[in-house]
Design a protein around this ligand. Structure first.
Ligand code: NJP
Length: 253
């Protein structure tokens, strides 16, 4: 069984938990939160990658499949106080119209983006509250309030994240846990490569002629939100590339 993160060398630093920290936005958030002085507990299915990253940044990496209740329980075992939880694990699968939707792709999107976020949050809420200064940051999407053709599986899941975030804000009122939702437009990561199941040409076309946001841009916003004074709650941040107005309108070079 994994050792509690309090066994790490510098146990006095507040603990930040980042899900989906093996790549992209989650990895950048981990790097940035380490620079801000947090000790890390990083999770992803790519256990080796989160272990190596945590070893480099200070903290611990553990296997985590947010969609699997037993994995979430093992990941959270021994965690007594958490200052920051970044629910970042997520993504999209395929771009099919509803008429041709595949249930397995939808199931994946709902299990990871929605159910996974709930399961990790539920497991760590006592530890967030115990820290006396907890903060949940949900990495959502502009897909949480917009729709586009072929995107219903992903947009409905991220609409779910938005609803969960707003509900948490209500349910946690009066308790020492802040709640922030960050909703990015296009960020250049492996997101599209994963959505298009390894089709590199199709993934590259998404970012062609656009200076997309970087994972570091999102990490900046997480750092901003979590370093505000204790009485300030950044409820929502929407961020997009200058060249992207919404899901449908992208001005390419
Ligand atoms: O994507 P990617 P991003 N359990 O594919 C992990 C949102 N977003 O960094 O498990 C635990 O490079 C996976 O790790 P592994 C997006 O919806 C993005 O761009 O090892 N972890 C990896 O670390 C998502 O919520 C854009 O495969 C699981 C990470 O998730 C977040 O930003 C736009 C997992 C995915 O890394 C990060 O996405 C937007 C599981 N079951 C919102 N399944 C964008 N890039 O354009 C996956 O609006 N992961």
């Amino acid at each position: 069984m994994a050792m509690p993160p309090s066994d790490n060398p510098d146990p006095d630093r507040p603990l930040a938990v980042v899900t989906g920290a093996s790549a992209g936005i989650g990895e950048a958030i981990a790097v940035r939160l380490a620079a801000e002085g947090f000790r890390l507990l990083l999770g992803a299915r790519s256990e080796q990658r989160v272990r190596e990253l945590a070893a480099r940044l200070g903290g611990e990496g553990r296997h985590l499949d947010v969609a699997a209740e037993a994995s979430v329980a093992a990941f959270c075992a021994g965690v007594e106080e958490v200052a920051i939880l970044v629910n970042n694990a997520g993504g999209a699968r395929r771009l099919d119209p509803i008429s041709d939707s595949r249930s397995d792709a939808w199931r994946w999107m709902w299990e990871v983006n929605v159910l996974g976020l709930m399961q990790v949050t539920r497991a760590l809420l006592p530890a967030l509250e115990a820290s006396g200064r907890g903060h949940i940051v949900n990495i959502s999407s502009t897909a949480g309030f917009e729709v586009y053709e072929g995107g219903a599986g992903y947009t409905s899941a991220k609409h779910g994240v938005h609803a969960i975030t707003r509900t948490l804000r209500l349910e946690l009122a009066g308790r020492p846990v802040r709640v922030t939702e960050i909703s990015p437009g296009m960020v250049e990561t492996d997101f599209s490569l994963n959505r298009f199941e390894g089709d590199r040409d199709r993934a590259a076309a998404v970012y062609r002629g656009v200076t997309a946001l970087t994972a570091g841009d999102i990490a900046d916003l997480v750092a901003f939100a979590v370093t505000r004074p204790a009485h300030v709650d950044i409820d929502e941040i929407v961020v997009r590339p200058v060249q992207q107005v919404n899901a449908a309108k992208v001005v390419r070079r």
